[in-house]
Each structure stands twice: as C-alpha cells, then as structure tokens.
Design a protein around this ligand. Structure first.
Ligand SMILES: Cc1cc2nc3c(=O)[nH]c(=O)nc-3n(C[C@H](O)[C@H](O)[C@H](O)COP(=O)(O)OP(=O)(O)OC[C@H]3O[C@@H](n4cnc5c(N)ncnc54)[C@H](O)[C@@H]3O)c2cc1C
Length: 487
C-alpha cells in the first residue's frame, strides 16, 4: 500500500485524506498545532465555545456532495439549522436592514429601501443562480491544470462576465448605497474588492439570498470533527503537535519529511499548509514560485479577531450582524490599495449563542468580532486594544447598550498569530484572492512542477478561499494524485 503523508490538518487536507484513504492509500496527517482544523479551529473557555475562523455555513450542497462521496449525509454527523434572519446589517443608529431566509422576504426589504429594486433583484438573482449552477456544480470541480477546462458552450456564453465586475454590475441596477453594499458583501468571501471580482462570481449572491445561511449545532467546528471521524473510519492516522520542518528530495522525488527532528519516509507528499511556507521546506532549487511571484499576488485579507465572553445577553444583535455604518469603499482601499490600518473599519460580529445554547453558559453571550485587514501590517498589542475600543464605541452606540463592563474575558487573534499558528504568508486569513488573474488555472498549481510526487491543496490553490472550496480542493487534489499514479 502506497504511503502518503499530508502536511497540516485544515479542511482541505482532511477532505483529501478521506478520498485518498478510500482510494487505498496509507494516509497519515502531520499537524503542527495541538488541535486539528487549521483556520477552522475552535476555542473553548469558561463554558464558552468559539469558532476561531469560519462562522458562515454557506453552500450546503457542497457539504452534501462531499459526504455523499462516502455514502453519508451531513445529518449523520451534525444538526443543521437554517437561520432566520440570516443576518442583519447596521448602517447607523436605528438604521438597519434585516436579511431574512427567503428571496421573497428579502425582495420586500429591498423594495422598502429603493422602489423598483425587488424586480431588479429577482432578475439579478436569476443570473446569479444560473452562474451558481455552472460554477459550483461543474467548473470548480476542475483541477486548474489547463485553461481549456473553462471552455464549454455554457461558459463561452458567459465570457463577458469575466471582463465586467460584480461591483459594476451591481451598481448598474441598484442606486441605494445600502443595497449596493449588501449585494457586494458576499464576494468579500472570495478575498478581493467587488470592483476587482469578475461578474461571474455573483453566484455568491445566490449562495447568500438563494440558498441561505445555516448553522451547524456547536458551530462550524462540527464540520471538522465530522471529517475527522470519517477520515479515521477510513483508516487515516492523524498526528498533532508534529511540526514538518523539511521536505527531502532525492532524484527529483520527495522521499521523506523531517517531523519534529525525526525522518518520516514516504511515497508521496501532499501539503495543505500555506503554499509559500510549504515551498520554504524545500531546498531553493525545488521551489516552483519565487519570492517575487508571491510579492505580486493579491492576497485575501487578514483579520483582527476578538473572542469575547459576555456576562449578560446582548440586545439588538443577531447570530450574524454586520456593521456597515462607515465608508465601505474607503475601508476596502485601505485593505487592498494602500495596505494600512483602517481609519474607520467595517466590522462583523457573531453571537452564535443567540441560536445555539450549547456555545455559552445560560444568560451569557459568546461574541466574535472580526475586522478585515490588509495582510502584512504591523501587529502590536496596543493597536489591537485601540481597535477593540474603537469598535466597542460604535457597537454600544448603535445597538444602544453598555457591553464593555460585562466582558468576562476576551482573546484576540491577528496577523502575528496567523503567521505563528498557521505559517501564513504575511498573516493572510483567507489565502489568495479570486481575481480574474488568480482564477482557476491561473492559481498556484495542485502539483509541483519540480518535485514529481509533491502535491498541494487548500485555499491558496483551486478553487480558492472558504470552507466549501477547501472541501472541493481536497477532492480535486486526491483525484489528480490518483490519475497521476495510474499513468
Ligand atoms: C477569520 C476567518 C474567518 C473565516 N470565515 C469563513 C466563513 O465564515 N465561511 C467560510 O466558508 N470560510 C471562512 N473562512 C475561510 C476558511 O476557514 C478557510 O478557507 C479554510 O478553513 C482553509 O482551509 P485550508 O485547508 O486551506 O488551510 P488551513 O486551515 O490553513 O490549514 C493548514 C494547516 O496546516 C498546518 N501547518 C502549517 N504549517 C505546518 C507545518 N510545517 N507542519 C505541520 N502542519 C503545518 C496549520 O497549522 C493548519 O492546521 C474564514 C477564515 C478565517 C481565518
């Protein structure tokens, strides 16, 4: 039985391990941290449970498709609830829009803000659904080996959408700035500005309004735990606190890893760790992308996060609450163009205990706050604190309550932690953005061009950032490995 060693236990690595074990490989995962899941890890403290990374469960069909490949359904592992409202967006004091759980109700909310917008929204969503069906049911399941993968009769019909942007198309139809920012919000998950994201990616709007927002009981970490169970049942060995320090190459092939100073022999290597970091584990001549290549890439943002235990129930917020009460465009520029700490940041707050009693003690609330940031900024404790105060001022004013005095504890996570915990390049949170020039075959490759039996997976490869893409990336690389082995 061929032995494959996997670096890292993020969602893409875990997913790939299941496919590879099912295909008959002897699979072992080496994870540097104490716990598995990578950016989707969990923090437990004083009776509170926090998802440290992903909190939005979108595209339930992708999760179903993953589990069905193993004869399972998500409900074999976790309970899923469709959230209603899906989320609320604050634009100021007493100024907010609630996004409910059906397109009909969302259209009504739009119509109240901008007369005539509900009909436009339905038209926009029909195109978004069409794109979703093309992209998620087909295109994203292609391994990015050749540009020809993208050429089909259907995609040729859509070619214009690669040369327009989500930002442009949204603004053509909608004038109200609040509606514009709500429609631009989903593509932020892809890691780039709406004005730089091809219009075809409006399929994210279908994921948002068409399919809805879900919550797995106990949080997104339930997904990680489920894949772990699946993987172990298929025979995968998962080892934690195992830092991979080097990939040794002999005669053009990776022959062993150095893990915590010990040699681990292997037939094949798959890395789900950040791509740039993985290549630094190789001698320079075996790296296929230069420092200059990475410098030029548009990385997805990093983030400043706070995980907060509150000693009371928080009012006037939802499971997912967005604070778009400041200039969306200006914050975007400070992430993507000028790379600086934002003067007035947009932020996102999640209170999972609003719908899931299992994640906080009774009468208390678990709060997660996220500010998107440019990667590579100077990250020091004083700045984190300054930003906590900044967003708390606005939070208290907008939601009309005092919360700071009810903080039992708070932990922060930012650029330096992304680097130290995940070996993330410049402390990126979501990998590499999905811009036109970083889409599909233009992304870093799943297979090394310099080391025969070295493969990559995860959010810096295809299809891109997010939990559903990570599941797909694991499937794609496992398929590619199998194909290569047969040849
Ligand atoms: C704050 C935040 C919020 C997010 N929100 C959402 C959301 O709401 N919805 C959504 O769908 N997605 C969201 N995402 C994105 C999603 O979480 C990621 O795209 C996905 O989890 C990435 O998985 P991955 O397998 O690519 O890599 P990772 O999760 O980064 O896994 C890589 C693993 O490799 C390990 N590793 C690195 N170097 C070594 C080494 N030398 N030796 C051994 N192990 C090593 C790391 O410790 C890590 O465990 C969010 C991400 C973040 C950070």
């Amino acid at each position: 039985m061929k032995k494959i060693t996997i670096i890292g236990s993020g969602i893409s690595s875990l997913a790939a391990s299941c496919y590879l074990a099912q295909a008959g490989y002897n699979v072992t995962i080496y994870e540097k941290n104490k716990t598995i899941g990578g950016r989707a890890r969990q923090l437990k403290k004083d009776g509170f449970t926090f998802d440290m990374g992903p909190t939005w469960y979108w595209m339930p069909d992708v999760f179903e498709r993953f589990f069905s490949d193993f004869g399972k359904v998500p409900s074999d592992f976790y309970e899923l609830e469709k959230l209603n409202p899906a989320y609320i967006v604050y634009f100021g004091i007493d100024d907010y829009i609630t996004i409910e759980d059906t397109l009909e109700k969302i259209s009504e909310a739009f119509e109240k803000e901008e007369p005539g917008s509900s009909a436009k929204l339905k038209k926009f969503m029909a195109s978004a659904m069409d794109n979703y069906n093309i992209a998620i049911k087909d295109l994203v399941y292609r391994p990015g080996v050749s540009p020809l993968e993208l050429v089909t009769v259907t995609t040729l019909r859509k070619i214009g959408q690669y040369f327009s942007t989500v930002g442009k198309e949204v603004r053509k139809e909608f004038k109200n700035p609040k509606l514009v920012s709500i429609l631009e919000f989903p593509v932020l998950f892809l890691g780039a500005k709406p004005s730089k994201t091809p219009a075809f990616y409006n399929f994210m709007n279908y994921a948002d309004f068409g399919l809805g927002t879900f919550h797995p009981k106990n949080g997104m970490y339930s997904v990680v735990q489920s894949i772990k169970i699946l993987a172990e049942n298929l025979g995968v060995t998962i080892k934690t606190e195992q830092n991979v320090e080097k990939i040794t190459v002999e005669n053009g092939k990776a022959t062993c890893l150095i893990v915590n100073g010990e040699r681990v022999e292997t037939d094949l290597v798959l890395s789900g760790a950040d791509y740039h970091h993985t290549e630094t584990l190789l001698d320079k001549k075996f790296r296929q992308y230069s420092e200059n290549y990475w410098q030029k890439k548009t990385l997805a943002p990093s983030a400043l996060l706070f995980y907060v235990g509150f000693n009371k129930k928080i009012e006037n917020v939802n499971h997912h609450t967005l604070f778009f009460d400041v200039d969306f465009e200006k914050h975007s520029q400070q992430i993507y163009d000028t790379a600086q700490w934002p003067e007035e940041p947009l932020f996102y707050a999640s209170f999972p205990s609003k719908t899931d009693a299992s994640v906080s003690p009774e009468d208390k609330e678990a709060g997660i706050f996220l500010i998107p940031l440019a990667p590579g900024l100077d990250d020091i404790p004083e700045i984190r604190e300054e930003y906590f105060e900044k967003i708390m001022d606005r939070f208290e004013e907008i939601t009309n309550q005092e919360v700071r005095n009810y903080v039992i504890f708070k932990e922060s996570f930012c650029i330096n932690d992304f680097v130290s915990d995940y070996n993330s390049y410049k402390g990126n949170a979501y990998g590499l953005a999905n811009t036109l020039l970083q889409t599909a075959f233009l992304r870093p490759k799943l297979k090394s061009g310099k080391v025969k039996n070295l493969f990559f997976t995860g959010q810096l490869t295809v299809p891109g950032p997010g939990v559903p893409p990570a599941l797909i990336s694991g499937k794609l690389v496992a398929g590619l490995i199998e194909k290569e082995q047969k040849n």
